[in-house]
Design a protein around this ligand. Sequence first.
Ligand code: TRP
Ligand code: SF4
Length: 333
Amino acid sequence: MKEERVLSGMRPTGKLHLGHLSVLENWAALQDKYRCFFMVADWHALSTEYAASAEIPGKIREMVLDWLSAGIDPEKSVIFVQSHVKEHAELHLLFSMITPLSWLERVPTYKEQLQQLGEQGKDINTYGFLGYPLLQAADILLYKATAVPVGEDQLPHLELTREVARRFNFLFGEKVFPEPQALLARVPLLPGTDGRKMSKSYNNYISISASSEELYEKIRNMITDPARVRRHDPGHPEVCTVFTYHRVYNPERVAEIEEECRRAGIGCVECKKILAQRKDELLTPLRERRKEYEGKKGLVQEILQEGARQAREVAAATMEQVRRVMHLSEGEV
Ligand code: TRP
Ligand code: SF4
């Protein structure tokens, strides 16, 4: 029996891109060692997308299909949607009673995002947005997760989670919550097809579920070394995004490609074709798995239903303990 628990989550943003794929591979690798809970953070999404809530169900479905296609296995892990397990809301509320406002206001991402999203015309000067990291603490502690695979940007939220756990245990005189650690996996930095950060808003991404045609098209249009105008001009792989991709996806041939590029032995068209072929090979099993899950009507719903059921079991046990130490059990009145 896998005892130690891992929890991680993503906001439902719809189809995922290659930048997310290495995160999913890291998640998948944890499944045999830990009891894993992978959560769709739809309430977190509402903190910024409350005016577009109609789009969330479709985005959940697409994202979960990407998870499944990348090898997140419902036989091994608990895959669920946050809002299906109401205990998250209860624990968040109780935490909100004991969390000083200053702890939330000083989370580095808070003021930054407030301003950034404000400039995009989103008013997130809300109670819910301020509480975003506290809801995340509730997500993690509800399952008493001891390890949380996250990117570096989430470290302040993990730090807050530990502080909340400590304060709760101290105030109510019992060690209810462990202090979870971040599992920082190495994720290769993959730029977008134009060399900038890969992002939906720049339209420079490649979807995990891209078809062969889409994949070849996106790679064909990638920016290369701008100094390489003619076929016989020697190239500079260090400034070329195609080369960065070879480094990540084609380690066996990267040395050869570097050399051939520098001596103009290979042209960019050919170089891109090699990359596209390689990437296509790597994505084929994912496409097949996606098709299987997509093909069976109601399967995604079933997986999420079963996931929520299993999550609820653990969540209910934690909440019973929480209510007891806080003197909130019905029997006490
Ligand atoms: N805040 C995380 C993100 O933006 C998503 C998230 C919500 C999460 N709850 C979590 C991550 C709990 C890890 C654990 O990606
Ligand atoms: Fe980039 Fe390849 Fe062209 Fe060299 S040959 S500039 S690595 S695309």
